[in-house]
Design a binder for this molecule. Structure first.
Ligand SMILES: [Zn+2]
Length: 497
């Protein structure tokens, strides 16, 4: 068996290879993915004896040393489960790719139908395509449920903890029930501000003839904020976003370790992403602008991740540069950089808008933000209840549609309960980042004033936090900036504008 140091070194090579392969396929440089061959080559990393070696070593340590070894142990556990389920998961993925939706006499791929929903301009068309797409997707639910069960059984066995909520709490070192209680309270407390905001933007984005409670088929369209696309052009996205970052002290285009891929290629996925192949030395930031305000938020969001990974101290152990217990930490930094685009002053400065127009467009970003926050809060509540009942009922849709519809004012179909389910309470990682990024914004505003969004002092503070890489938890960051981890006061203030 490898010692923990040897395991860590080999893991780094594995992550680099998988990341670079994933990147090449995602950006359209390669037509087929050869991930399976890489997994095969590194199969010796993820074995039960190796897991026991890491576990034993972790138990003998304390403090940071123990934290590092526990993260390696969790990575090993995940690798064992992934290896066992790869074949079934690939089959499901391939069948989903091959699935077709009947649309106006054509058979279109399921994924294309999803993408189309964001761009179809007619309300009735989105309704019809949404219903057709949901029906096809739901026909895979039994297979999704089988895979979920298989994964839960393996997780339980390897971790020695049959209760899913307790197991995920332990892996992430937080209480998901406590997180849910705090965000649910914040969601309730901001309902009075949300309802008029929602009604105003639904009218503007969907038209006055819309249903009182539109279906979730329209969410992609809502998030695109299409009526604002003339102001937020595709051409200006990169120059405006790089200027935004320069104002707070980051010249992202000059960062040697950040590889920007902004080209338009037919096979390139339109979703922006960061692939941190080997932080801080190799970080890819990939976007493909489509036009509209969504591009700006997406670029800034990914820039936050990229600057975080590229800004970590190279002398940290590899684990603390690249391996986290969850995504809650790095999402703080993507959220805070994206939040620059929710400042009315930012809209006025870069797009030549009047104060009133700038205010209104900034509010559009708050609308989509509040919609997502409320949706994720309801989703986490549903997911906790789902796993609480799981041993008895094997996983059901009970409460899914009701909770999401009540929280958002948008009708979510019950059949989506599995396609909308993230493994390991990923939804909670986002919620923790929402709470923390709002705290951080208040802190930056205290330090740098109302102009925090264009002050180099903001960059200086962020650079200090980035140096720590992936080592601290999101909750430790709360302590650094003087907040209780579950203090949702700043978030409530943001959502109440
Ligand atoms: Zn992100």
């Amino acid at each position: 068996m490898r010692t923990p140091d040897e395991f860590e070194a080999r893991l780094r090579e594995y992550v680099v290879e998988r990341s670079e392969e994933g990147r090449a396929v995602r950006v359209g440089e390669k037509e087929s993915s050869e991930q399976a061959a890489i997994v095969e080559r590194y199969a010796d990393l993820f074995s039960r004896p190796q897991l026991e070696t890491l576990r034993g070593a972790a138990e003998a340590e304390t403090g940071d040393g123990r934290e590092r070894l526990e993260r390696l142990q969790l990575t090993c556990e995940e690798g064992i489960v992934d290896a066992q389920l790869t074949v079934q998961e690939d089959e499901l993925q391939n069948d989903l790719l091959a699935a077709r939706v009947d649309w106006r006499g054509d058979e279109i791929p399921l994924r294309t139908a999803q993408a189309q929903l964001a761009v179809l301009p007619e309300y009735a068309d989105r309704e019809a395509l949404g219903a057709a797409q949901t029906a096809v997707s739901a026909s895979f639910n039994e297979r999704r449920r089988e895979l979920l069960t298989a994964r839960a059984d393996l997780d339980a066995e390897l971790a020695g903890e049959p209760d899913a909520v307790a197991r995920i709490d332990a892996a992430k070192n937080v209480s998901h029930r406590a997180i849910h209680a705090a965000v649910a309270e914040a969601s309730r407390a901001t309902t009075a501000a949300w309802e008029p905001l929602r009604e105003w933007w639904l009218d503007r984005l969907l038209g006055a003839d819309r249903d009182a409670r539109p279906t979730s088929a329209h969410v992609g369209w809502l998030r695109r904020l299409s009526p604002l696309a003339d102001t937020y052009t595709k051409e200006c996205c990169v120059p405006v976003c790089t200027a935004t970052l320069r104002a707070i002290g980051f010249a992202i285009e000059d960062e040697k370790s950040i590889h920007l891929d902004l080209d338009d290629r037919p096979q390139k996925s339109p979703r922006a992403c960061v692939i941190a192949s080997d932080p801080p030395f190799v970080v890819h930031l990939i976007t493909r602008a489509q036009g509209g305000m969504h591009d700006y938020g997406a670029f800034l969001h990914e820039a936050g991740h990229a600057l975080h990974y590229a800004g970590c101290d190279p002398s940290l152990p590899y684990t603390f540069r690249a391996i986290s217990r969850d995504h809650a930490l790095t999402e703080i930094y993507s959220y805070i950089v994206e939040a620059l685009s929710r400042e009315p002053g930012w809209h006025a400065q870069h797009f030549g808008l009047s104060a009133a127009e700038a205010e209104q467009n900034a509010q559009a970003a708050t609308f989509t933000e509040a919609l997502l926050f409320r949706r994720y809060t309801a989703k986490l509540g549903y997911e906790i209840a789902f796993w609480d009942r799981f041993a008895d009922d094997g996983g059901t849709a009970a409460g899914y549609a009701e909770a999401l519809t009540e929280a958002t004012g948008i009708r979510y179909p019950a059949e989506n309960y599995l396609s909308d389910m993230d493994a390991g309470f990923y939804s909670a990682d986002y919620l923790r980042a929402w709470v923390r990024a709002a705290q951080l914004r208040e802190h930056l505003r205290d330090q740098a004033g109302d102009d925090w969004w264009r002050s180099p002092a903001t960059g200086d503070q962020l650079r200090e936090l980035f140096r720590e890489g992936c080592q601290p938890s999101s909750e430790e960051i709360a302590g650094r900036i003087g907040f209780d981890p579950l203090d949702t006061g700043p978030l409530r203030a943001e959502l109440s504008v």
